[in-house]
Design a protein around this ligand. Structure first.
Ligand SMILES: *Cc1c(COP(=O)(O)O)cnc(C)c1O
Length: 397
């Protein structure tokens, strides 16, 4: 996968150089290609071991996992769920799947959900009632918070778990972007993202740190929740001979083919993280010395999986805004992408409550994701860096 000079550099592509073909072939030869098979059990086992979680339940994709997590958390129609506005839309849409409403929260300096503001919102704008934490404005009950560990970063879970326990809130960690990230200091030292809250969810979509084509994994230390997750993702079948269903279930199972692919990818995850982190540092060294540019850091107290890199482009100092830079990079065959359009601005959510959103807007204005595939070599990264430098020079003359 050597990128020649005239070759395009995409934003993020899967790295398929391990045992993928071997394991998928094994699955096909075994004729177990659908939603049962030893690779599914194995993949669950291996993910649970990797993140040190007691249970892992495979599912069709990360969105399905988040949907199930909300049901497990007991979120019902007309409840509310606190979510960040700066994220991919999936953790917001699932709130609607269960008939509840999102309340949008700002992000912090690392682009993760602002935990200080979340606590302020709970203390100032809500009150404890016999039904649970009530939003004083909407009078609805807040059952759950979904922090999202953005781009391989990690939220401040210590403070969040403290407030969650105090107000009886369930925490669902959207760890779909942060498999492999763990804390290196403090109360959660050596704990992986996805394992400090009540339920964690991972994704194996094509652009994630490892992929299974598509796929998701729900992790928890609660046996009760794990059994319930398995039950709900497999059509809530209570009797597999007579087909008795005592609840409404979902066909959210992962296939054996997906799992075979995922296992091969998991074998490589530490290599991917190593390369991505090395490339992140190379970008940082060069780009941070360009006037008007800064690569957003990951917090000091974590080992990040370095999944996605965010370049902050200050228009005045750099000489052009991030959209112009994106357009010019694209002309040179280098793909980049602006941050997600904020969720509280999206058409289905315009009427939902949002709380003091400031930093997210600022990041949205200046943030650009730049190429980060784990197979990028030093010369590829240097090519992106040089191209950005040339674009700036030309613009100034
Ligand atoms: C990718 C992603 C998801 C959804 O995962 P899928 O497997 O694509 O359904 C959810 N949340 C965030 C933040 C994501 O980036």
């Amino acid at each position: 996968m050597i990128l020649m000079n005239n070759k395009k550099i995409p934003l993020s592509e899967p790295n398929i150089t391990g045992n993928e073909l071997k394991y998928v072939t094994e699955a096909i030869r075994s004729t177990w290609i659908s939603t049962k098979g030893m690779f599914v059990d194995k993949f669950e086992d291996k993910i649970a071991k990797y993140v040190h979680s007691k249970y892992a339940i495979a599912c069709q994709n990360g969105t399905a996992g988040l949907h199930i997590a909300l049901i497990l958390a007991g979120v019902k129609p007309f409840d509310e769920v606190i979510v960040p506005t700066l994220t991919f839309i999936a953790p917001i849409n699932v709130v609607k799947y269960v008939g509840a409403e999102p309340v949008f929260m700002d992000c912090d300096k690392y682009m993760n959900m602002d935990i200080e503001k979340t606590i302020e919102f709970i203390k100032k704008e809500c009150k404890m009632t016999k039904n649970g934490l009530q939003n004083k404005r909407s009078r609805k009950i807040i059952k759950t918070i979904i922090p999202v560990h953005i781009f391989g970063s990690a939220c401040n879970m210590v403070e969040l778990m403290n407030i969650a326990r105090k107000y009886n809130l369930k925490i669902i960690e959207d760890s779909t972007e942060s498999l492999g990230t763990y804390y290196t200091e403090g109360k959660y030292k050596n704990k992986f993202t996805g394992t400090t809250g009540d339920i964690g969810v991972f994704s194996f979509n094509g652009n994630k740190i490892i992929t299974a084509g598509a796929g998701g994994m729900v992790v928890t230390d609660s046996k009760r929740l794990a059994l319930e997750a398995k039950y709900l993702t497999t059509q809530a079948k209570d009797d597999s001979l007579r087909y008795i269903h005592n609840e409404i279930g979902y066909n959210y199972r992962m296939t054996n083919l997906q799992a075979a692919f995922g296992i091969a990818q998991l074998e490589k995850i530490e290599d991917f993280i190593y390369n991505k982190t090395k490339n992140f540092k190379l970008y940082k060294k060069h780009l941070n010395s360009v006037k008007g540019l800064k690569l957003l850091d990951f917090p000091d107290n974590i080992r990040s999986n370095s999944w996605f890199y965010t370049l902050l482009v200050e228009k005045k100092e750099f000489g052009m805004d991030k959209n112009t830079l994106m357009y010019k990079l694209n002309q040179k065959g280098i793909q980049s992408r602006p941050l997600w359009y904020l969720c509280h601005w999206q058409k289905p959510y315009k009427k939902n409550q949002s709380y003091k959103i400031e930093k997210a807007v600022r990041f949205w204005k200046i943030g650009l994701n730049i190429p980060c595939s784990s197979y990028l070599k030093k010369e590829d990264v240097l090519k992106v860096i040089k191209t950005i430098g040339r674009i700036k020079e030309k613009n100034n003359f």
